[in-house]
Design a protein around this ligand. Structure first.
Ligand SMILES: [Mg+2]
Length: 208
């Protein structure tokens, strides 16, 4: 008997603040010259706002999203300019991207679980080759609900064919990890690449 034989398992990654840094302040700075309010107010209209949540939950279309943004901020630019600056919020985080690449090279399945929207997802897909390493992408605007709601975790279980202790989740938001642990998944609140990678490696080295 091979003592290293283990059951299938997979690592699930959040996107924002785990694999890429997200800075809506940059969007706000770039969009403010087209608005009647200052950059701080533009940022409040976008970053973690009810409007963004509606968009990322798949409740409203891009057109409705931009129209609401126009009425909140007085934005007078066209939709293409908005799309470009709204998407330009990301900087890659190389250590975690490298770790994802290592897992892929070792044949360990990986999944993306992200609260996001069609514009950000398309921008990341086009800009970052690491996006294609995932076995599947579970995206809030496609599933129709956001972390930490159970339905989006169920979507990962469905697409991976794995459950509970066979899944390890990496996310920077405590409430998202709490929801995963409540389902019996393993996971870590991401604070530093070294801590996260060590915890995930420990989990992978345990017989299942
Ligand atoms: Mg995040």
């Amino acid at each position: 008997m091979n003592p290293t034989t283990t059951s299938p398992r997979a690592v699930v990654f959040d996107l924002g603040m785990v694999l890429i840094h997200v800075a809506y302040s940059r969007s706000a700075r770039n969009l403010a010259p087209f608005c009647k309010v200052d950059a701080a107010a533009v940022q409040r209209a976008l970053d973690q706002s009810p409007l963004l949540h509606a968009f990322e939950s798949g409740d409203i279309s891009f057109t409705t999203f931009v129209e609401s943004f126009r009425s909140t901020t007085g934005y007078s630019g066209d939709d293409t300019v908005f799309r470009q600056f709204f998407a330009d919020i990301f900087d890659p985080l190389p250590e975690m991207i490298d770790f994802l690449g290592q897992l892929d090279a070792e044949g360990i399945p990986t999944f993306l679980l992200s609260n996001t929207n069609e514009i950000a997802a398309e921008h990341v897909r086009r800009s970052y080759p690491f996006y294609r390493l995932f076995d599947a992408h579970v995206l809030s605007h496609e599933v129709g609900c956001m972390k930490p709601k159970p339905a989006i975790y169920e979507a990962v279980e469905r697409v991976s064919g794995l459950q509970g202790p066979a899944l390890f989740f990496i996310d920077d938001r405590p409430e998202n990890i709490d929801a995963a642990l409540a389902r019996g998944w393993h996971g870590i609140i991401h604070r530093s690449p070294s801590d996260t990678i060590a915890a995930c490696r420990r989990w992978l080295s345990q017989p299942s």
